[in-house]
Design a protein around this ligand. Structure first.
Ligand SMILES: [Zn+2]
Length: 225
């Protein structure tokens, strides 16, 4: 799981300047969602125990309702066209009802202005309404996708790193000043468990996570296999 600049994100997404949180079918074979790491973020996204993301749907646009945090989220626009919520919701239902394969969702998590974590691909497996105090919001369940083509180390890193809470990623990035802890490089950074997850190391505390460049991440990984 790499730390990338916004420019790298755009290049990876074939030049698409992704700005909105939810982008259904923005690419031929997949959708893209953006997440925040802030504790008091605009949307209340959660990572559940097994790395599944509970992603919150999006509010009606401000131009339709300035009090958007007080009104129900919507599946349709006023003219009856599916909103992004509506498109993701339908795709989740199609999967649940066995009509379609799960939608592929590429997730990026914002660490700070211009810096993102590439969280990789997820399957959209469920969607439901939830009461959020006084209004109705949508929730989408994104399950980490297992890519059997990845080598074991990369796969394990990905699986474990997906369980690092956003605020921990942010804290580690700031503590290590956006650089590899061993060589100081700021290219190709990855989150690394100091005590490996497989040996009981925690993903939930910044003291067990560090930033390493690809070269040092790989070197370290080899040691533990
Ligand atoms: Zn390094």
């Amino acid at each position: 799981m790499k730390v990338i600049s916004y420019t790298q994100l755009v290049i990876k997404e074939n030049g698409k300047q992704i700005q909105k949180g939810m982008n259904f079918a923005i690419q031929k074979t997949y959708s893209v969602v953006l997440m925040s790491t802030q504790k008091n973020a605009l949307y209340n996204d959660h990572i559940l125990e097994d790395g599944v993301i509970e992603y919150e749907g999006h509010d009606v646009p401000v131009n339709l309702n300035p009090q958007k945090k007080l009104v129900d989220q919507s599946l349709l626009t006023p003219s009856g066209i599916p909103t992004e919520n509506g498109k993701f919701f339908q795709a989740a239902l199609d999967y649940k009802h066995g009509v379609k394969e799960p939608s592929q969702i590429q997730v990026y998590r914002k660490l700070r202005k211009g810096i993102w974590v590439d969280m990789g691909f997820y399957d959209l497996i469920d969607a439901y309404e939830k009461n959020d105090q006084k209004r109705k919001v949508f929730k989408f369940l994104l399950k980490p996708k297992i890519d059997l083509n990845q080598d074991d180390q990369e796969y394990l890193d990905m699986l474990h790193n997906r369980q690092i809470p956003g605020e921990v990623q942010k804290e580690v990035y700031e503590r290590d000043r956006g650089k590899c802890r061993i060589c100081g490089s700021s290219d190709n950074l990855h989150f690394d468990h100091i005590l490996p997850f497989s040996k009981g190391g925690s993903s939930k505390v910044a003291s067990n996570i560090q930033l390493l460049c690809a070269r040092h991440n790989l070197k370290k990984g080899a040691k533990f296999i």
